[in-house]
Design a protein around this ligand. Structure first.
Ligand SMILES: *[C@@H]1O[C@H](CO)[C@@H](O)[C@H](O)[C@H]1NC(C)=O
Ligand SMILES: *[C@@H]1O[C@H](CO)[C@@H](O)[C@H](O)[C@H]1NC(C)=O
Length: 815
């Protein structure tokens, strides 16, 4: 029999069962107390009995959880004592059941623990046997034979065991005896049996006293007065057709539903004179059933709830006119209907779960109750399949929700878990409960730079503290675990720590120069930048930052040749027979900058005779522009400006001395005077001017003649002109921007003598045989890397230049 959900029947052993599982501690403990203890009475010390420290009880927020019922027992957390919280009436709680107990859970958190406590309620003799009525009347015919039986109402004592009703006594016993029959269910049928015939003429009224006593200490008793009125007439007794009527009714049956019909017959009278009634029905029977006194039909009058009453036993009496009665019994079984949905109670749950929680971590403890019985009350609990959680039954009606696979906050921050409880009734009923579990962050992601490597470019001569680049790393975690700070890994560059070159803003990742860079000293360097998050322990990652210094035009060209000395004069010699385009010399200059900034161009700034010389704008070659004549002066002074292509450009100037002469002595005499012109007398100057004037007139005439001839010849030779074959061919190559200063093909050596006039230049030509040099008609030389056949299409004249060293003294060459 099952009256209410919150108590259970347990064997009377005093046991303590401790069940331990991996993540959940569950124990069971049992106490016994008598009923009716005053509120606040001590029940048991769970602190000691479960081995729990009082501090643990407080910190774990220990509390009593009773599934669906009122709390009879409370917990004094500080002392660890279980105490009576509400008056416990065993009779109210368990009725006739012998063993009565209250069961509940003691729940602790952090970590979760569950202990089952069963408190057995012991009976005390607090109830006296009670008869339904204080008085009972019988009308008995004087002719009734001895042995006639008269049913008496039995007394009720809600106590159990020894405290329950034990026996009946009847007093006086001159006419009647007691006949007590035990029924199959243990209850007693009390009857009064006529011993000796009654005589109305002798005594019309008989008064008897029926006493019921229980076996408790002290003993309690109850009485009923019986009044027997002796009637004159004689009659037959009514007899029920059955000694007991068995029937059943479904719960929630509609009012008016016929349950059964009882009937009795009487030999004397027609049966419609028989009156039927319930014999002292209980309040619940009165509320739920009614009997038609004439027809004997029993019908439903209230709402029958299987969960409250599973069976009814109703005594029914048939009485005839003469007062003779017979009793029978109606047994009504209530048939359960699945009318109660399972009830889900979340006993305890932690709403915050760290993402690294191990598999099997208990997240919530759930209690499920279904008041129906049999399959209607058999419940299965489940959650959605695709969640990383599972639900498992731990104790009866209790389930643990636990993790079933690893969690990742970065993927799912929150789970709404729908717990569904379904019973097995037909149709089945279900209920749902949603719990939300938030996954809390664990530092399981390192910051990630947006790029594996960063390239930054900074102009040389930058102002210190200029920002170069900004790096960024992102962290998938949350809060402090995702707060990224940046720093530069230790390292050295040219013996100095890297931090003396660059610094980083640890919050923003902006990188600043610490000093001004010089491209000519440092072209690029690497810095390792680390991003670290604020987790504990922190995680980090690295990136490489390549910093390239960019060139600025901060260096002027430097003249390598001709060497400028203050002590001696260097002169290039040009024979008077030199033809147009004769290569006098070459100005060689370098620029330590690179690219455009090192792209040099040459210009003739000043010359004693501008018409005679020109400078190759790109190669610095000084060549004659026209045929040298005898009238040309021996000494020439050319100022060549070398300019780079930077913005703004920088330049250098060089003075080139040229001697137009056929022999050394001529030159030497001229040049020894070069610095001593002022020693000549004015007279000499005068004669010289005079001579010059004469010569000039002659010269002009001859010049006109020569020019005429030359123009004619020049026109003839124009297409076939070429430079003197044994002249050094000094090609001009476009500068290679990526490389800095001197081109590889411009490797050269200075062959210097103390006598500067004997200065030689060695040109080393490292290019290979198949590199061709083509010379255009205009005299510019270009280098082309082309296949032979391709070159054949060009209208230029080609000649391969062997790998040779040409060292030439100008003075010895005369054509
Ligand atoms: C969970 O339920 C809450 C409230 O209904 C809702 O705001 C939230 O978006 C849900 N979360 C998920 C992951 O579905
Ligand atoms: C980053 O670089 C530093 C120094 O080179 C090294 O010690 C560290 O292990 C690196 N960290 C990672 C995550 O690669």
């Amino acid at each position: 029999m099952r009256r209410k959900g919150w108590f259970q029947i347990w064997p009377l052993h005093i046991v303590m069962v401790l069940t331990l599982s991996l993540h959940l501690v569950a124990g069971q403990i049992r106490y016994s107390i008598p009923e009716e203890m005053t509120v606040g009475s001590f029940v048991g010390n769970i602190g000691t009995d479960l081995g729990l420290d009082p501090k643990r009880l407080v910190s774990g927020k220990a509390r009593v959880f009773t599934a669906g019922g009122s709390d009879y027992i409370g917990l004094d957390r500080e002392k660890g004592h279980l105490i009576v919280k509400e008056r416990i009436d065993r009779e109210q709680l368990c009725g006739e059941l012998l063993a009565c107990s209250v069961s509940f859970n003691v729940i602790l958190e952090n970590p979760m623990e569950l202990h089952r406590v069963i408190v057995e309620i012991l009976d005390i003799n607090d109830n006296s046997p009670v008869f339904p009525k204080g008085e009972k009347e019988f009308e008995i015919s004087e002719g009734s034979p001895p042995g006639a039986r008269f049913s008496l109402e039995s007394a009720i004592d809600p106590d159990v065991g020894i405290n329950a009703l034990q026996k009946y006594t009847l007093h006086p016993t001159d006419h009647f005896n007691l006949n007590i029959q035990s029924r199959a269910d243990g209850s007693k049928n009390v009857e009064m049996v006529l011993q000796t015939a009654l005589d109305r003429e002798k005594k019309t009224n008989h008064y008897l006293m029926l006493t019921a006593v229980d076996g408790g200490k002290p003993q309690r008793s109850g009485t009923v007065k019986i009044h027997v009125l002796v009637l004159d007439a004689n009659d037959n007794v009514p007899v029920f057709s059955q000694s007991s009527y068995k029937t059943s009714v479904v719960e929630n049956a509609a009012k008016g539903t016929l349950v059964t019909t009882v009937s009795a017959t009487d030999a004397d009278e027609s049966s419609h004179n028989i009156r039927y009634s319930f014999e002292h029905p209980s309040a619940s029977v009165k509320a739920l059933f009614a009997i038609d006194s004439e027809s004997g039909e029993v019908r439903v009058t209230g709402e029958i709830d299987y969960e409250r009453f599973k069976q009814f036993k109703i005594k029914v009496t048939a009485q005839d006119h003469g007062g003779f009665t017979d009793s029978s019994e109606i047994l009504i079984d209530v048939i359960d209907v699945n009318d109660n949905a399972p009830k889900i109670t979340i006993m305890s749950f932690s709403s915050d779960l760290p993402e690294n929680a191990g598999i099997g971590t208990v997240v919530a403890m759930i209690n499920v109750q279904d008041l129906d019985s049999g399959d209607n009350g058999r419940v299965t609990c489940s959650i959605d399949r695709n969640l990383p959680f599972k639900i498992e039954s731990s104790l009866t009606n209790e389930y643990n929700l636990m993790t079933d696979s690893t969690l990742d906050r970065e993927q799912t921050q929150e789970y709404n878990i729908t717990i569904t409880a379904v019973d097995r009734g037909s149709p089945s009923l279900s209920s749902k409960e949603i719990i939300t579990i938030k996954i809390s962050d664990v530092n399981d992601h390192a910051p990630q730079f947006q790029q594996q490597t960063y390239n930054a470019y900074v102009q040389e001569n930058n102002s210190p503290s200029v920002s170069i680049i900004s790096v960024k790393a992102e962290d998938a975690d949350w809060g402090p675990n995702a707060r990224v700070s940046y720093l530069i890994n230790d390292g050295e560059l040219n013996g100095a720590p890297l931090t003396s070159y660059v610094s980083i803003n640890s919050d923003s990742g902006v990188i600043y120069a610490v000093k001004s860079f010089d491209f000519e000293q440092l072209k690029s360097f690497k810095v390792q930048v680390k991003a670290q998050d604020g987790g504990s322990p922190p995680l980090s990652s690295n990136t490489t930052l390549n910093i390239f210094i960019q060139d600025q035009n901060d260096n002027a060209p430097q003249i390598l040749y001709p060497v400028q000395t203050s002590s001696s004069v260097v002169a290039e010699m040009v024979p008077r027979s030199a033809d147009v385009g004769y290569l006098v010399t070459k100005v060689v200059a370098v620029d330590v900058d690179s690219g455009q900034n090192a792209w040099l161009s040459y210009k003739l700034q000043k010359a004693t005779d501008r018409a005679l010389f020109e400078v190759g704008a790109q190669n610095g070659e000084i060549r004659t522009v026209r045929q040298v004549t005898d009238k040309d002066a021996v000494k020439h002074r050319l100022t060549v400006v070398v300019e780079d292509n930077g913005q703004p450009s920088r330049s250098a100037t060089v003075i080139v001395n040229v001697a137009v002469a056929d022999s050394f002595p001529e030159v030497i005499s001229e040049f020894t005077n070069f610095n001593h012109d002022t020693t000549y007398s004015d007279n000499l100057t005068f004669y010289l001017i005079l001579a010059l004037a004469v010569v000039s007139v002659l010269f002009i005439f001859s010049l006109i003649a020569i020019i005429s001839v030359k123009i004619y010849r020049w026109r003839q030779n124009r297409l076939f002109y070429k430079s003197a074959p044994n002249l050094p061919v000094i090609p001009y190559y476009p500068p290679v921007y990526a490389d800095g200063t001197l081109q590889r093909v411009y490797n050269y050596e200075m062959c210097g003598t103390t006598d500067s006039r004997m200065s030689d230049i060695k040109f080393v030509r490292p290019y290979s045989q198949n590199t061709l040099v083509n010379v255009s008609r205009a005299g510019t030389v270009q280098r082309e890397k082309k296949d032979q056949e391709e070159d054949a299409d060009l209208s230029f004249e080609f000649f391969p230049v062997p790998y040779t060293i040409i060292c030439r003294a100008h003075s010895n060459t005369s054509d």
